[in-house]
Design a protein around this ligand. Sequence first.
Ligand code: CP
Ligand code: NVA
Length: 321
Amino acid sequence: MAHELLTPVESLQSRDLLGIKDISKQEALALLELAARLKEGTRAGAERLHWDNLRILAMIFEKPSLRTRFTFETAMVQLGGHAVYLSPAEIGLGKRESVADIARNLERWCHVVMGRVFAHESLVDLAQWGDKPVINALCDEEHPCQALADFLALRESKGHLEGLKMAYIGDGNNVAHSLMLLAGHTGVNITVACPVGYEPSAKYVEIARTFAEASGSNVEIVNDPYAAVEGADAVYTDVWASMGQEAETAKREQDFKGFQVNSALMSAAKPDAVAMHCLPAHRGSEITDDVMDSAQSIVFDQAENRLHAQKAVIAALVGGF
Ligand code: CP
Ligand code: NVA
């Protein structure tokens, strides 16, 4: 018998989760609810849920990871399945073998695939060539599982989401894109502050604004971090140089000066504002120790929630319970 906590999100069954941009407001809210229930269940002792049949997850990594690998693998154990880790060196996505051929192998062995890749297009190809659901575990465009975990943590901290204000300070990157989109779906107002030239992609700003309009919230892009944090309930930051941009680190350290989340910036937000970071953090660059380690910081709640958010995503896409 499958576990009663694994209530399905019917419309997501057998679909891919390539980005928050591809799911509706109802689906986003349903995933957050399912994640919250699964977290509660885990805490109440339901450590192992059970699918009727064993399910296998293939995990493709083109980049390193602590949180994503650990939480996807653990999510499968807790759901009563198994995960197989494929390292960047051994799989050689598109180098040792084409993405299409990899997809057509994996579909014969597993029930769901997750990919942490450089190009979003690789995920699109995996989804197109294989017949199993594909989950984006970070690419150049989005980090949807991170955003789900983050909004769960924010809701736990504030008791609700609608009407809150999040300020995202730093690079208009994959994480910023998913946060803007999920803010739109959850009715959170988001202001993104970036140095000139590092703003989020216009395509993602437009989609996020469409989502936000339907929820009655707004998405603003500015170049002044102090203006962004005014009235903010949450101040979020991420690394200035993402994985794959290491060669730009020195230039970015210069370009992002003034965009550090430190105690001076935090004190310009609401007094009870939380500090957020997807991790790994470069302490002393985009965020200071005193903010990371303060009572306002919820960064490790975000990390904890990756596990539950991903259990919800896997259960919703795979179904079978
Ligand atoms: N936040 C996040 O995705 O962490 P990892 O890179 O360690 O997986
Ligand atoms: N923007 C970062 C997030 C890491 C979890 C990166 O892509 O490296």
